[in-house]
Design a protein around this ligand. Structure first.
Ligand code: B12
Ligand code: SF4
Length: 473
């Protein structure tokens, strides 16, 4: 679910505007492009907001904005999504002639009424237009004393049961890991209020009354928990902890190992741990930790050990970065192999250049130092996103081969299903349905290895085809 889109729409609705939300998961859920003429004609909008949290949405921006302008020429169209659209407003306006404006920051503060009435040369705060000479404040003048958006789920026009449940628990990140889009816009962390969290949980409980436990992703850039604030979570989650199993993401240094048993009692089942690397040199290059790297790795180890002991699954995120070589990748590989039996899975990936990130800003320097360079990707390079040759010694192909090998060394079909069940799949998507999708897929294309049992299952021929497999990924 696109929580950013829902948060913005909810605040517009609270301000008295009539809002419809089409949180579009793709043609398999709703044929948005086919339906758009009907939607626009039935209820012609004054303003259209497009959410583009990642560059992967840019491919739809042209067709949607052109249709809107053709059918409702008076409508103003604004794109938002602070870590993507907000990083390249001018480029978007140049690329999409029918787009009028880009909102650069948190969307709750956007003054929709002002945007509707203003001359495009004088947009409201936080909005960039083709005609505005300068950016009016980045991001908009947000006074985020307490993050308490009221999520109005009733604005969704599509069936909430077709989404993987997620809720927002915090926003913003004070760290500056150089590969991350958030590094280009360092903001402090804002926790959602208990009421905001409870209201969102209540919605999902009501959406899935028949489920004993509802799997929910607790969305935040970094989950922070220590013995001091764990009681705040306990109070907030107490009415729900017997009915939820949740997953969230953290840094090595943001969760204290001692709180894991308590979090497990509160329903935590899966923690995405951003280790990124076990090579001290790479951790420094990524600006991943301010303290000594040995301490970082010791802390990671105790988190993994403690989680394994109390039944919290750890899915470890690994990133190969600019300057990587066989030695540094080998150090990370050793760490993974040592912990293989304690991990619920890993996701290994090669760093990608995203607009606005520190990596993007430092590319020239990294090229001189290591030979890091962009590679074109026909799908996304027009959105300012580039895969990279990480170094002369570690080109893109080698990085991809290494990542697949590592991911497969830990993940099986079943563990992959268990990982994705919270936050990615519909709650009622069963393991046997998943295995049917797997059975129709080319085993070489899978991000996991099939165990002998699963190989047998792969002989079952389900009604699924590869297109459905692609949608699941
Ligand atoms: C949850 C999440 C996902 C979820 C759901 C995505 C979704 N549709 O919401 C899933 C797992 C599906 C996902 C997938 C991917 N994601 Co993602 N994801 C996130 C994450 C962690 C949180 C987003 C969120 O819910 N935030 C909470 C909401 C409330 O905040 P928000 O989205 O920023 O919205 C606010 C403003 O941006 C703004 N706003 C948003 N939309 C609009 C629209 C209008 C009109 C206006 C005015 C304002 C506005 O107002 C909102 C409220 O204040 C972000 C990182 C982050 N912390 O934001 C990455 C992030 C957006 N993802 C990223 C990436 C790369 C991906 C993937 C490509 C990963 C992959 N390799 O497959 C895919 C691409 C998916 C796609 N098709 O676009 C990158 C994007 C970088 C880029 N420049 O492209 C981010 C920034 C992570 C990162 N650190 O690099 N992602
Ligand atoms: S990787 Fe995580 S901790 Fe680092 S800047 Fe991004 S969101 Fe923050």
């Amino acid at each position: 679910m696109n929580l950013g889109l829902l948060a913005v729409a909810s605040s517009a609705s609270q301000a008295g505007h009539d809002v419809d939300v089409y949180d579009w998961l793709g043609d398999h859920q709703y044929r948005l492009l086919d339906e758009l003429p009907g939607v626009l004609t039935r209820n012609p909008p004054d303003l259209v907001g497009l959410s583009m949290p990642s560059g992967y949405g840019e491919q739809y921006c042209g067709p949607i904005t052109e249709q809107v302008k053709r059918l409702v020429p008076s409508a103003r169209i604004v794109a938002g999504g602070q870590y993507h659209a907000g990083m390249r407003p001018r480029e978007l306006l140049a690329r999409f002639p029918s787009l009028d404006a880009v909102a650069t920051g948190d969307g709750e503060q956007l003054d929709w009424e002002a945007l509707r009435r203003c001359a495009l040369a004088e947009p409201p705060t936080g909005v960039v237009t083709r005609e505005s000479a300068v950016l009016h404040g980045v991001p908009p003048g947000v006074s985020k004393k307490e993050l308490a958006p009221e999520y109005r789920f009733n604005l969704l026009r599509l069936d909430p049961r077709s989404y993987a449940p997620s809720i927002e628990i915090a926003r913003g990140c004070p760290f500056t890991c150089s590969f991350c889009s958030l590094s280009g816009a360092p903001t402090s962390l804002e926790r959602a209020s208990s009421k905001t969290i409870q209201d969102q949980l209540q919605f999902w409980m009501e959406t899935w009354p028949e489920l004993e436990r509802v799997p929910i992703y607790f969305e935040c850039p970094v989950f922070f928990c220590n013995p001091r604030n764990v009681e705040t979570y306990a109070e907030c989650l107490a009415p729900f902890s017997h009915r939820i199993e949740w997953r969230t993401q953290c840094r090595v240094d943001s969760v204290e190992p001692d709180v894991l048993p308590k979090l497990h009692q509160l329903g935590l089942r899966m923690l995405d741990l951003g280790l990124e690397s076990a090579s001290p040199r790479m951790l420094n290059l990524m600006n991943k930790t301010e303290g000594p790297t040995e301490k970082y790795l010791q802390r990671a180890q105790s988190l993994i050990d403690r989680a394994a002991a109390c039944g919290v699954g750890i899915k470890m995120n690994i990133l190969l970065y600019a300057g990587e070589n066989e030695q540094s990748a080998g150090e990370t590989q050793d760490f993974i192999m040592r912990n293989r039996d304690k991990l619920a899975g890993i996701a290994a990936a090669a760093a990608i250049e995203f607009p606005g990130s520190d990596l993007s800003k430092q590319l020239g320097k990294l090229h001189v130092q290591f030979g890091t360079q962009r590679r074109e990707d026909a799908r996304v390079s027009s959105a300012g996103i580039y895969p990279l040759d990480l170094s002369r010694e570690f080109p893109l192909e080698r990085a991809r081969e290494w990542c697949l090998e590592m991911t497969r060394s830990v993940t099986t079909a079943e563990s992959y299903y268990r990982l994705k069940r919270i936050g990615y799949f519909r709650p009622d998507f069963s393991l046997s349905e998943f295995m049917q999708v797997v059975s129709a897929a080319d085993p070489d294309s899978l991000p996991f290895k099939l165990t002998p049992d699963e190989n047998t299952a792969s002989k079952i021929h389900g009604p699924w085809d590869m297109a459905q497999w692609d949608q699941l990924r």
